[in-house]
Design a protein around this ligand. Sequence first.
Ligand SMILES: [Ca+2]
Length: 354
Amino acid sequence: MIRPALHLKHHHRRPGSGDPGRRLLNTSATVRKRCNFVISKKIILDCDPGMDDSMAIVMAAKAPQLELLAVTAVNGNYPVDVTCVNARKMLELLGKAHIPVARGMANPMVRPCPSDPFTHGADGQAENFLPDPITPLSPLHAVDLIIETVKAHPHEVTILCTGPMSNLAMAITKAPEIKPLIAEVIAISGAFGLNRYAFANATGDTPQSEWNVYVDPEAAKIVYESGIKLVALGLDVATHFDVNFSEEDIEAFRTSSRPEAKFLHQAISFVHNRGFEAYCTIIDCMAVGYAIDPTLVETISGHVGVETESVLCRGMTVLDGRHHHVWTHLPVIEIGAKADCGRFLQLLKELVLA
Ligand SMILES: [Ca+2]
């Protein structure tokens, strides 16, 4: 039997079409006007801040379409002791210290942590040097906070993974009964070779890997193969060269009275001074953007395997795009294929400056 291995899914629904719950989320401004309330999507942000995770926290905490139930920190860009401090620094900056932050996995599941060839600065936040947090950590380990939060809101919680998937993989290993209770996982994860941007900005320390999968490929494999609905926004879309700011945007961040805008301005200056473009400061934000508005990214479905053995290809996410003889035993996931970078940046700017 001949059948296409890939199916391009256009999320550009007409008004009034498609899933009614999603329609409400996508037109929340209208809903707010008519009903004076917003139907929010419940999310957990599992992250390794990191300057771009920090901006993802800004978006997730400020977006009226989302209800940020918890932030879970993991080893990744920096050791977990740094990432769980940085997550709380960011929430305190935003006046959202009531949102719990839990400390998660200190290492990948089965291997030591590699060092990152890209630096987020001495503080892991582009040398913004925010005040030390005064809010205590959640008494729960991140793995248990994920399990308890999902069980408290069955079928309602979307988990955004913007770091290595160690916490989530451990949570579904420890409590596999939560797998069918998770609404969706949206992850900054992988690089699928769909365009020339996929590997040009490869963030892992191999020629073609993405950092989060590179750090803990075994965890990624567990999540990819879990059967949970997974949308992987890889480097094909998240580090596309069109994800960038204009001079006017950067000036607007500089002159804004919002501390999170000044944070972003400092991050952009930090990466510019090291020869990088501004996309580095907001890679993880695309997961939040997609959670707010899935029409921002067109996705395809495909069978994907995660490479865990090879030295050269460690952490590669291999999409079986063949027309024939497809390895159907590989899990099927949704993959970000094309982003509307202009609308994504506009959404991000509006939330940062609001
Ligand atoms: Ca990250």
